[in-house]
Design a protein around this ligand. Structure first.
Ligand code: PLP
Ligand code: ZN
Length: 422
C-alpha cells in the first residue's frame, strides 16, 4: 500500500479534498488507498461542496451529457474520454402493471440492466477506471461475483488497459462469457467470493494493479451515488418515499443513501428527509438481513453461500455494518427471500413490465412484494425498485421453465391444429 502512495501522483479533482476514514476521521491524499492506517476503518472520498451553487449546479447537470458524467461535479474523478459511452441515465419506468398487482399506485422501476455491460456495475467502474487512469495505472482488475467482471472487462478494453478479472469458478457461465469476450484475462478461482477477494487484495499489494473494488474502492463506490441523483432528477428533482435496493457488499445500498443525502445538503431537492431505504438479500446468503432480523450490530459471515443469486453471494460484506445503520436511520427493512420467490419475481417482472432481470432483480422485487403485502409501503407512496442486472446473462436459472412446442409445419392447417391444442 505504502508503495502505491509513493508511486502514484496525488491528484485532486473538482471538490475532492482527499480521503477520510469513516471511523476515526483521519485524512489521506486522494490516492490508491482504501483502509485507514491508524484504525483499519474504510476510507471514503471527502469533498468540500461549499463553492457549489445549487441553481448553477442544477442547470449544469441538466445540460450535461445523457450519462453519469452529467454529475461530474459531484464525482471524484475527471470524466475520462475513453469511458464506455452511455453509462447511466437509464430509464425510470412507471410500473403501472406491476403496481396494480402489488397495490402500489406510484411504483417506478429504475432499470439499470440496460447499461453497456448490462448491470449497474458500469457506474462504479466508470469512476474507478477514470481515477486509475489519473493515477497512472496500466492494469485494471477486480474480484467479482459476476457482473463486475463484465463491467471491468468492457471498460478496460475501451480504455486500453490490461485487464484481469477474478471470479468464483461456480458463477453462471453466461457471466464468464460476457467478460471473456472483451479480451480480459479471466481467472476462475476454486472458492467463494470472500476467498477470491482475499486473494485479490494480496495481488493488489504485490503487483500494484488497480483493483476497482479494492484499492480503488473509495472512488468506485462513489459511482453508485449517481443512481440516487438520476432517480431524483427523473422524478422532477424530488426524492421518492421508499426505495428497495439489492445488497451484496452493501456498497450500492449505502452509496444510494449517500447520494440522496447529498441532494438534500446541496439543496438540489426541496425534501428534507431521506426516503425509507430498504435492502434485499437472498436467504441463502443474507448476512445483513439476518443481522437486521436479529437486531444485531455485528454481521455474522456466511461461510458457504447457497443461492441462485450468485451476484449477491458475498458472505462477509464490507459495508454490511454501514448498511444496517442506513436501514435503521431511515426506517427501512432488510429482507431476505428464497430461490423460489426469486424465480417467481423474475417471471412477475418480465410478464408485467417487460423487463428480464437476473436473480438479483428477483431478490429485490420479491422483497418489495413482501413489504407491500405486509403493509410496510403505503399505496400512494412514491416507491422505486432498483433493477441492477440483466437476465440475458443468467438464462440458466430459468432453463426448462418455459417449454416450447415442437416445430410446426409452414401450413395454415398445421398452425390451426397447434392453436387448438393450446
Ligand atoms: C446485479 C447486482 N446487483 C446488486 C449488486 C450489489 O452490489 P454491492 O456489492 O454494491 O452491494 C451486485 C453485486 O455484484 C450485482 O451484481
Ligand atoms: Zn481510521
Amino acid at each position: 500500500m505504502t508503495q502505491l502512495i509513493e508511486n502514484a501522483q496525488e491528484q485532486t479533482y473538482g471538490s475532492v479534498t482527499g480521503l477520510r476514514c469513516k471511523e476515526c476521521g483521519a485524512s489521506y491524499p486522494a490516492v490508491a488507498l482504501y483502509v485507514c492506517e491508524a484504525c483499519f476503518g474504510p476510507l471514503e472520498v471527502h469533498y468540500d461542496y461549499s463553492n457549489l451553487n445549487s441553481r448553477q449546479l442544477k442547470s449544469e447537470i441538466e445540460s450535461g451529457p445523457k450519462s453519469l458524467w452529467r454529475y461530474a461535479s459531484l464525482l471524484p474523478a475527471q470524466p475520462f474520454v475513453r469511458s464506455l459511452e452511455g453509462v447511466g441515465f437509464t430509464p425510470l419506468q412507471r410500473a403501472y402493471n406491476l403496481g396494480e398487482r402489488l397495490g402500489l399506485h406510484e411504483l417506478y422501476i429504475k432499470n439499470d440492466a440496460v447499461n453497456p455491460s448490462h448491470s449497474f456495475k458500469d457506474r462504479p467502474v466508470a469512476v474507478a477506471v477514470a481515477k486509475a487512469i489519473e493515477l497512472g495505472f496500466d492494469t485494471i482488475a477486480c474480484a467479482s461475483t459476476g457482473n463486475l467482471a463484465g463491467a471491468v472487462a468492457a471498460a478496460g478494453a475501451r480504455a486500453g488497459l490490461k485487464t484481469y478479472v477474478f471470479v468464483p469458478a461456480n458463477i453462471e457461465p453466461g457471466k464468464i462469457t460476457a467478460a471473456a469476450v472483451y479480451g480480459a484475462q479471466i481467472v476462475p478461482i476454486n472458492g467463494t467470493y470472500d476467498e477470491v477477494n482475499r486473494l485479490a487484495s494480496q495481488i493488489a499489494d504485490e503487483y500494484g494493479w488497480a483493483f476497482t473494488n479494492i484499492n480503488m474502492r473509495p472512488y468506485y463506490s462513489e459511482g453508485s451515488k449517481t443512481l440516487a441523483y438520476e432517480t431524483a432528477e427523473q422524478l422532477g428533482w424530488r426524492l421518492p418515499d421508499h426505495v428497495v435496493i439489492p445488497i451484496a457488499s452493501g456498497s450500492l445500498y449505502t452509496k444510494i443513501a449517500k447520494g440522496f443525502e447529498e441532494l438534500i445538503k446541496l439543496r438540489l431537492v426541496q425534501d428534507e428527509t431521506l426516503p425509507v431505504i430498504s435492502g434485499a438479500q437472498p436467504s441463502g446468503c443474507g448476512p445483513v438481513a439476518a443481522a437486521f432480523a436479529g437486531g444485531y450490530t455485528e454481521i455474522k459471515p456466511v461461510k458457504q453461500p447457497t443461492t441462485i443469486a450468485h451476484s449477491l453471494a458475498i458472505g462477509s460484506p464490507a459495508d454490511g455494518f454501514y448498511s444496517l445503520k442506513v436501514a435503521q436511520r431511515t426506517g427501512g427493512t432488510i429482507g431476505q427471500v428464497n430461490d423460489e420467490e426469486i424465480i417467481d419475481a423474475i417471471k412477475l417482472l418480465a410478464q408485467t413490465e417487460g423487463i428480464f432481470t437476473e436473480p438479483a432483480g428477483g431478490v429485490t422485487l420479491a422483497t418489495l412484494r413482501n413489504l407491500a403485502q405486509a403493509g410496510k409501503i403505503g399505496r400512494d407512496e412514491v416507491t422505486v425498485l432498483y433493477i441492477t442486472g440483466n437476465g440475458l446473462k443468467t438464462q440458466n436459472v430459468i432453463e426448462g421453465l418455459f417449454p416450447i412446442s415442437a416445430p410446426v409445419a409452414p401450413r395454415l392447417s398445421a398452425f390451426e391444429h397447434w392453436l387448438e391444442a393450446r
